[in-house]
Design a protein around this ligand. Sequence first.
Ligand code: ADP
Ligand code: MG
Length: 356
Amino acid sequence: MSETRRWLCWFSAWIAVLLAAGCLVPQSAPRELRFNVMGTYASVIAAGHETGRAEEYCKATETVMRGIESELTIYRTNSLLSQLNALAGKGSVEADATLRANIELAWKYGDLSHGTFDVTVGPLVRLWGFSGGKVPAAAVPEDRIQAARALVGYKHLHLDGTRASLDQPGMVVDLGGIAKGYAVDVCCDLLRSRGARDFTVNLSGNMRCFGRPAPERPWRIGVRDPFDANGMLGFLDLENGMAVSTSGNYERFVMIDGHRYIHIIDPRTGRPVEGMAGVTVISPSAADADGLSTALFVLGVEEGSKVIYGLPGTEALFVPDRQPLEIDVTRGMTRFFHVRPDLAGSVHVIGDHPQH
Ligand code: ADP
Ligand code: MG
């Protein structure tokens, strides 16, 4: 072999190694693919050297989410969850890993939130016109609220081995407050098991991020202004594996007698929560962020921040439903949340004095 040919062989071998390692591939922009599922939208973003696998990630995610939907929806009478509800007070269903995991999460958030997060809130959710219930034509009478409240209590949701049951007739489990976060975690685990490193999975604002969109910057997620459909309060910079979820008063509500009632119910009163516009939680899992954002929405700033105090990697941002705009953040949240510099409002670190 001539000296030139030997040199060329050596050179092309190194190019092949560098290409295989991804060192010479030009950095492409992250690629996002969206689809509809669970009555809302989902999206997957693949970044870095994984953009070419975006379609594969999206397909896998869609298949998993559709499977979870068909099992946990209350909009189809033959879903496993509908069967559990139909057998309330009468019998049990064989719960697979998905239903069992959701029941265990439901107990966990129920305990953590002192019962303000309660998946058996279904009769109240329907009474107020959500999750398939008929929107009341006039103010809901107190006796009907109390009758529905009597059917609420997550401690009456049982798992006996693999059999799940509700011990009182008329009880209804509604997993709307956690199933989306749970689904995001399952999809992330699957994609990671297939080698995905730099990606996000989002299901209606329940999002989890891995890696980075580009080596020099983290995933940056906008936090919506609850008072302005096109505005942002600021953004969150999320680290590897972190999840974020927002519960807001602006997406699902009904109007009764000119008054706006939202889809998150306080099981203590039986009434839709008032006084809170938005709660954003960051956490190490999407299920935790989803469940806790709903729980903290019910609990409010003082009680809510106490509930997450000390939970590793878990921080919250609250926006009370009043003017002037005020954002209340836990101390640890200040590391991740960057307020929009021109925002007409104040940021208050919970436990500190207001900052303007
Ligand atoms: P979204 O589903 O709109 O993203 P959330 O995650 O906050 O918002 O969940 C709200 C849903 O959770 C409601 O639509 C209802 O199905 C259910 N829900 C309402 N109130 C409660 C509650 N106190 N505890 C548990 N789940 C609730
Ligand atoms: Mg939630």
